[in-house]
Ligand binder design. Structure first.
Ligand code: GLY
Ligand code: MN
Length: 366
């Protein structure tokens, strides 16, 4: 019997009219092989070819790991001293020349694309990122358990952090404490660097923690996550350091209501864009629409950003097992930013917020 994950990727290739799919290190290859290879200067490409076992060009230092992944493969290892040309030529000879080969357009680099062009002679490289999203779109029970574990670690770490933060600390110090708190609770790799933004910096949706110090009456926005067994949490909460300013309270209440409306709109059979519309309407109705400068959310799993996209224009219907964020925000430049982000699981009869951390405006560091 074919390995179930091989069966999944073969079905995707067949449905997309592809002869093969070439993957480089990243979440798709991690999902299929169970190994989180690094995307580095040494090319590693696994060709999932219809009608035969996969064929891999692999740096010899990674050969043993790939050989033990549980999927039978024909391996073409190459060493640093030999270089990779002969390995690509040998792999290409196995029914790949001149074929339609799907690639991950957001992942494959010019390095691998050039090698494929050179050795797969006449093969058409076809963007297959959308088709491949189906691999990981509906989470099974084990994946949902891992997501719950990651979220539990992040939420416990956040609670611990809030007991430590004080006015005068820098954003970088806060981000560092959060990192340690997650690691101490068993968190794995960061899916992205933690965001800790104080005062007017909170109006930069993906700002970088720096030397700004927490000050009384100002917001602190925290957006962070960890991983458990390869699955990521992603949570944002915004706090008030000491008593909040009237402006922070005003903006916060609108975002809180938008987050609630987005979560309430989610369920099986609902187009993804309807969740975006529900959250956005609340913000637009208060006149803050121009300051909500991103989509309402994104899928979450082995990557912090994957399908489904919760955005206007995405009519994709939500299905049980899909997991995504609902994270409306209002960003008033130079003044204040608020975002409240939850991780939702679509269930057979609704949506469950896997994140449960308090959403009311909380005063910290007092
Ligand atoms: N944090 C918002 C986004 O990346 O869509
Ligand atoms: Mn997010």
């Amino acid at each position: 019997m074919t390995h179930p994950k091989l069966h999944q990727i073969h079905e995707i290739a067949a449905a997309a009219g592809l002869d093969a799919i070439a993957l480089v290190p990243g979440a798709n290859l991690h999902y299929l092989t169970g190994i989180d290879f690094h995307l580095m200067e040494r090319p590693l490409v696994v060709f999932f070819v219809l009608g035969r076992d996969p064929v891999a060009v692999v740096p010899s230092l990674e050969e043993a790991r790939l050989a033990a992944c549980g999927i039978p493969m024909t391996l073409f290892p190459w060493s640093d001293s030999e270089g990779f040309g002969a390995a690509f030529a040998a792999a290409a000879a196995l029914r790949l020349r001149g074929k339609r080969v799907g690639v991950e357009e957001l992942r494959m680099r010019v390095l691998e694309a050039t090698l494929l062009d050179e050795y797969l002679l006449g093969a058409a490289l076809v963007p297959a990122g959308q088709a491949l999203a189906a691999l990981r779109l509906r989470k099974d029970a084990d994946a949902v358990r891992a997501l719950r574990e990651a979220i539990a670690i992040s939420e416990a770490a956040l609670e611990h952090l809030l007991g430590q933060v004080r006015p005068g600390m820098t954003e970088r110090e806060v981000a560092g404490l959060l990192t340690v708190a997650q690691l101490e609770r068993g968190g794995g790799k960061h899916p992205f660097e933690p965001i800790a933004l104080a005062g007017p910096n909170s109006a930069l949706p993906h700002g970088e923690p720096g030397e700004r110090r927490l000050a009384t009456g100002e917001p602190l926005l925290l957006d962070f996550g960890t991983t458990a067994r390869g699955y990521a949490s992603d949570i944002t909460r915004t706090f008030s350091v000491g008593e909040p300013s009237p402006r922070l309270v005003e903006v916060y209440e609108v975002v809180r209501a938008a987050n609630e409306a987005g979560r309430a709109a989610a369920g099986p059979g609902v187009p993804a864009q309807d969740v975006d519309r529900a959250a956005r309407r609340v913000i637009e109705d208060t006149g803050f629409g121009p300051y909500f400068t991103h989509r309402t959310g994104h899928g979450l799993g082995m990557e912090a950003h994957e399908g489904p996209n919760i955005v206007e224009g995405n009519a994709q219907v939500l299905e049980p097992g899909m997991v995504f964020t609902v994270e409306p925000g209002i960003y008033l430049p130079g003044e204040v930013g608020v975002r409240i982000e939850d991780d939702l699981l679509i269930t057979p009869d609704g949506a469950e917020s896997l994140t449960t951390f308090l959403r009311d405006l909380r005063i910290i560091g007092a």
